[in-house]
Design a protein. Structure first.
Length: 280
């Protein structure tokens, strides 16, 4: 049977007459491994909302790996002074390579004999000097089966990790944080909510900021010439229709779907122009 994703096992369930719901559940199972010197850091963020539900239903499996478990000295040293001098400390390569190899269950090789990659997994180094993480990156990651995150600390990570261990070096924005844990969590969150079955309503991840061009978002048949790639989400309103004298746009209350779609499209364009002119 032809498969629509790398998670092919469950597609075969269709032959057994499984419902679509079960199919989705079984189809997408993602494993995230987070390598960190602060394992306790992740206790809160993993335990709420969509991520919590995705873990409970087995849609994703999240493992937190203490980097110090891969040290061999008495002090469990993970960092050392930078060659060439300068401020701060740098995470050493050995514990990181060994942690990743242990999670992969295979070696990644050496200069003389590099190991082969695996198209269904990614080894992501969180780094302010990495490529910018975008919604399209999240969509690409959502197709994988296994993602290992390396969370840096101090001045960063020995460059051989970026060059010869990580498959991707990713930044979550043009600012510098004190560690890669929050950035990794953000990526885990963004990817998880794209997995089929993670959101209550699948349309939610199709009609939102960065998800598609304007026409797909609103059902309008008019091509939006100036929108190259994506728009921000349109503004949302809920009850009460009037609050402290501020009213919800009349058109949203009227129930005319075509008019609502038109309004939303225009409002999304206006908001994108105002907040993110670089996208247009
Ligand atoms: N000296 C580095 C910053 C190190 S900050 C530089 O100037 O680029 C320590 C760690 O925090 C990094 O190794 C990285 O894992 C994480 N980090 C900081 N900012 C980040 C960002 N914008 N995106 C992803 N990770 C980041």
């Amino acid at each position: 049977m032809k498969t629509a994703s790398p998670h092919c096992g469950a597609w075969l369930q269709r032959q057994d007459g499984g419902s679509t719901r079960n199919l989705v559940k079984l189809t997408k199972r993602m494993r995230f491994d987070l390598i960190t010197i602060f394992p306790e850091f992740f206790a809160g963020p993993l335990d709420h909302g969509i991520l919590r539900r995705a873990r409970e239903t087995g849609l994703v499996e999240v493992n937190v790996q203490d980097l110090r478990a891969f040290t061999k000295d008495r002090h469990r040293t993970v960092d050392d002074r930078p060659f060439g001098g300068g401020e701060g400390m740098v995470l050493k390569p050995e514990p990181l390579f060994e942690a990743v190899e242990s999670l992969l269950g295979r070696g990644v090789g050496e200069a003389a004999k590099p190991g082969a990659g695996d198209p269904n997994s990614a080894i992501v180094l969180m780094s302010a000097a990495g490529k910018l993480f975008r919604q399209e990156t999240a969509r690409r990651y959502a197709q994988l089966e296994h993602i290992i995150f390396i969370c840096g600390r101090y001045e960063g990570v020995d460059e051989r990790v970026a060059e010869h261990l990580a498959t991707d070096e990713i930044s979550i924005g043009d600012f510098v944080l004190s560690g890669g844990e929050l950035p990794a969590m953000m990526v885990v969150d963004a990817v998880t909510r794209l997995l089929p079955g993670a959101l209550g309503n699948e349309a939610s991840s199709q009609n939102e900021s960065f998800s598609a061009v304007a026409d797909d978002r609103t059902g309008s048949s008019q091509p939006l010439q100036r929108c190259r790639q994506s728009l921000l989400d349109f503004p949302h309103y809920t009850r009460p229709a009037e609050y402290r004298g501020w009213s919800v746009p009349e058109i949203l209350i009227g129930g005319n779907h075509a008019e609502v779609a038109k309004w939303r499209r225009a409002a999304a364009v206006e908001k994108t122009r105002r907040n993110r002119p670089d996208l247009i």
